[in-house]
Design a protein around this ligand. Structure first.
Ligand SMILES: Nc1ncnc2c1ncn2[C@@H]1O[C@H](COP(=O)(O)OP(=O)(O)O)[C@@H](O)[C@H]1O
Ligand SMILES: [Mg+2]
Length: 624
């Protein structure tokens, strides 16, 4: 994620060439869409809705640019008139025609004003369009996230999805709001200015056109040189950020292993490298502008001499020289912008492609039509011959079958990686089965909508999921609209009440963003309180009490047992002492149920469970 932000920051810094994403960085041949043509096509088809508005923008862009272009020519006329008037005055044969000049100035002023007004309207329309499109994109992505199978997030990091919502959509929006009109105005400018220049003097235009390739070659050279350093700079910056992030998030670990010095050395090394490539990159790109100005100034001198000579020969007027120099000034910028345009388009296509790729991802199999909703689930759960693997061809659960009668407490035990959590995920229908079926109250879970199915489950996981909010609200998350008293009652049942009262702000204490200002065990108590508040028909506790001391755990268990009377619960626990009283214990190993029965039966059997159980009382042996 850090690397991403770096890219973005350097991208934003642009502007060296006048373009909003200019500068050598954006000239880097970096991102490329895999299918440029079709992506752009699709983007355009998304723009179809705004056809009329875009047409208006086009008209406005062309006319405002045209207006801006005739400005210098008109002002040149004024200068010529002034010059002629002055000459006449000196020779005593007339006076300056101030009325004529005043009219021209007034006219030019009006033209410029209208052009600005057009620009304003154009900007307004394009901003609206791009905001609109961005809004729709973000909404689509957000909707998509909830329809995409959980499976997908096994392959992709959350950071990547996040970057699609923020960076990629941003890139598209920037291009729409700025670059699109820029393409039009730049093209019109270049053509218009060229026409005007030729209309003044073809000789001067040729000289001007000679300077241009010269500065182009020069710029290309500098860009190529600085590119190497810019690339290096970005890479090292990414490394440094990654390193710093790691060192911060793993601060305790680093200190615990006395790695400070090593870490500082590593940082210093990267920082030195960064210094080296950064100053070179900055220096080279800083060199560009002055050098270009020098070249164009030399051209200026040439053109002025040539213009002066032509004026003396009465081929052109004084005002024409003035207009011409203004045109040259207006010439290089749009050309730079156009040459930068292909990169911006590539970047945009790459961003759009990533967004489309995400939007095109295969979705969860939709809920069946006419799904059933159960208002009062009894809590009969049956797994019938289920087979499942996260990846095709790699079975994790083999032909698993089990029945939980309503109100029973089912314990699932087994070594790490046995597939206990997987069973729970399948029951909640986070993943779809390869074969077999799961029934709740005799109905296949596929017949429910996912929402109505999950509504019946309360789930408490090992890593407590809490928000950057108050403790009160975090518990209330279990059931919206619960009163404060209900929240407190739930907390009492979860034996969380006591510790909450010892906190500085009690129930109003704000959990920080990493929710690191309360202990792991306290977090688990809060999530248990939340599940109790939700009051589900079926409760799932997946190592929910692993960070809680044994005494509290037993207290919670008894509270739960009371609460879960006549309700089915699935308990996955490491400490087998806490599930002794389960109605049924499923012992899993490598995705198979290897033993089933009650605690005493399993102990008598002296099999896998008995081994597991006794090993917890002989820590030396369980070490291996
Ligand atoms: N999202 C996933 N993608 C691929 N494999 C997974 C995923 N989650 C778990 N597994 C694999 O499935 C097996 C069972 O995992 P799990 O059900 O979490 O075990 P337990 O909860 O019993 O410790 C493990 O081998 C694990 O590596
Ligand atoms: Mg697990």
């Amino acid at each position: 994620m850090m690397g991403m932000n770096v890219n973005r920051a350097t991208q934003r810094r642009g502007g060296m060439m006048g373009g909003h994403r200019g500068g050598p960085q954006s000239m880097m041949k970096g991102e490329k869409a895999k299918d440029f043509k079709n992506t752009i096509k699709r983007l355009l088809s998304n723009l179809k809705r705004y056809k009329l508005k875009l047409f208006v923008v086009l008209i406005l862009a062309v006319s405002s640019t045209a207006f801006t272009i005739i400005g210098p020519k008109l002002l040149g006329k004024a200068t010529t008139k002034l010059f002629e008037g002055l000459m006449a005055k000196f020779s005593g044969r007339g006076d300056v025609d101030f009325k004529y000049i005043g009219n021209i100035i007034l006219f030019v002023l009006t033209v410029y004003l209208v052009a600005s007004l057009f620009n304003l309207i154009m900007g307004l329309i394009m901003t609206r369009i791009s905001t609109d499109i961005t809004y729709v994109f973000r909404k689509d992505i957000s909707n998509k996230i909830s329809r995409i199978p959980i499976k997908y997030f096994d392959k992709i990091t959350h950071g990547e999805v996040l970057s699609r919502i923020t960076n990629d959509v941003d890139t598209i929006s920037q291009t729409l709001s700025q670059s699109l009109t820029q393409i039009i105005t730049s093209l019109v400018s270049v053509i218009g200015v060229l026409i005007m220049m030729f209309s003044i003097s073809w000789q001067m235009t040729l000289v001007a056109l000679l300077i241009l390739p010269l500065s182009m070659v020069f710029v290309a050279f500098i860009v190529k040189k600085s590119q190497v350093h810019f690339k290096k700079q970005q890479k090292i910056l990414g490394n440094i950020n990654g390193h710093v992030e790691e060192m911060f998030s793993g601060h305790f670990v680093m200190r615990a292993y006395n790695n400070e010095e090593k870490s500082i050395n590593k940082f210093n090394k990267s920082n030195d490298e960064l210094y080296n490539s950064a100053w070179k990159a900055q220096f080279l790109s800083g060199l560009m502008m002055p050098m270009m100005r020098f070249i164009s100034n030399v051209g200026y001198v040439g053109i002025s001499i040539l213009g002066g000579w032509l004026a003396v020969k009465r081929i052109i007027t004084i005002g024409d020289i003035q207009a011409f120099t203004q045109y040259i000034n207006n010439f290089t910028r749009p050309i730079m912008q156009i040459s930068n345009m292909s990169n911006i388009l590539q970047q945009t296509a790459a961003a759009a492609e990533r967004v489309y790729e995400f939007l095109d991802e295969e979705e969860e199999t939709p809920d069946i039509e006419n799904f059933i909703t159960l208002d009062s689930v009894k809590g009969h759960v049956e797994f019938r011959n289920i087979n499942f693997g996260y990846e095709p061809g790699k079975t994790i659960i083999n032909n698993f079958s089990a029945v939980a009668e309503p109100g029973q407490k089912i314990a699932i035990v087994g070594p790490t990686g046995a597939g206990k959590t997987t069973i729970v995920k399948l029951l909640m229908r986070f993943y779809d089965l390869n074969s077999g079926d799961i029934f709740v109250d005799g109905e296949s879970i596929k017949k429910f909508s996912r929402n109505s199915l999950r509504k019946n489950f309360g789930m408490v996981l090992q890593d407590a999921w809490l928000n950057n909010d108050t403790i009160m609200e975090n518990i209330r998350f279990g059931r919206e609209g619960a009163t404060d008293q209900e929240v407190k009652d739930a907390a009492k049942s979860a034996h969380a009440n006591h510790f909450i009262h010892t906190l500085p702000d009690g129930y109003n204490m704000l959990l920080n963003e990493e929710t690191s200002n309360i202990s792991q065990g306290q977090k688990q108590l809060l999530t248990i309180a939340r599940a109790i508040l939700a009051d589900p028909k079926i409760l799932i506790l997946d190592e929910a009490t692993s960070s809680i001391d044994t005494r509290t755990e037993l207290l919670i268990q008894s509270a739960m047992d009371n609460l879960m009377k006549n309700r089915t619960s699935f308990v996955i626990a490491h400490r087998l002492s806490t599930i002794k009283n389960a109605d049924l214990i499923l012992v899993m190993n490598n995705g198979d149920i290897v033993e089933t029965g009650k605690h005493n039966e399993l102990l008598e059997k002296g099999g896998f469970y008995a081994d597991l159980y006794y090993s917890q009382f002989e820590p030396e042996e369980s070490l291996c």
